[in-house]
Design a protein around this ligand. Sequence first.
Ligand SMILES: [Zn+2]
Length: 275
Amino acid sequence: MKIGFHVSTSKGYPAALLSAKGIGATTFQFFPSNPRGNGRRDISDKEIDEFQALRNQYNFKTLVSHAPYIINLASNKNHVIENGQDILRKDFERLNLLGVDKYVLHPGNHVGQGIEKGLKLIVKGLNEVLSDKYDFYLCLETMSGMGTEIGSKFEELSYLIDNIEYSNVGVCLDTCHMYSAGYDIKNNYEEVFETFDKVIGIDKLKVIHINDTLKELGSKKDRHCIIGEGNLGFDTFHKFINDERFTNIPFILETPNDIEGYREEIKILKDLKNE
Ligand SMILES: [Zn+2]
């Protein structure tokens, strides 16, 4: 079972891996650049070597990186799109350097231009920066549908996957976002995944953000909370953890917790696994 949480790399990648390992994680997620700006920490060859040695030693093969929130390829402003593309190009180079296999991206916000226009802009923006020299999976995240967010409907993600000219495009499913988008994984788990499979294809699912939620079904509001303390509850997570289709998929916690709290949550999720 691959399970981890979002870790800061401000003290370096080796330290990030060791802190994840130290509380029982078997993978982790990180920001390859400043999540709210354009900054980026330099990384030396020595740090990369050390990091790869630790990955081999502790079998952290699958790692998840997350794009900064300021990227919006569906913007109505050219400079916002270009700035987003600039960050993406630099992030992609870093993924290559680190050998990281997954990159999660919030599709974007159409800012009043309409879903259709937004979808087309995202396709165009991504096609301009993705190329065959990369081999990571671009994982488009399922969103809650707040404001003008794109990606809260399976059909929108399917359109993006079909139209982006890059072979490795998949989906990062967020349990909290899905529920607030109106997909009832609490009461209709099987039905939701039948639909997912029909519209997107279950083989496209590459990462799961495993979060409980403080908000109601279909609320379109995004409020993560600690596993078991929200509206989804342990029964829902029991289904995810024991779903054989997800055996090799990294589960990433993005709950509001501290390191000891994550240790506890990881233990809870591992205990939900049937023997
Ligand atoms: Zn996200």
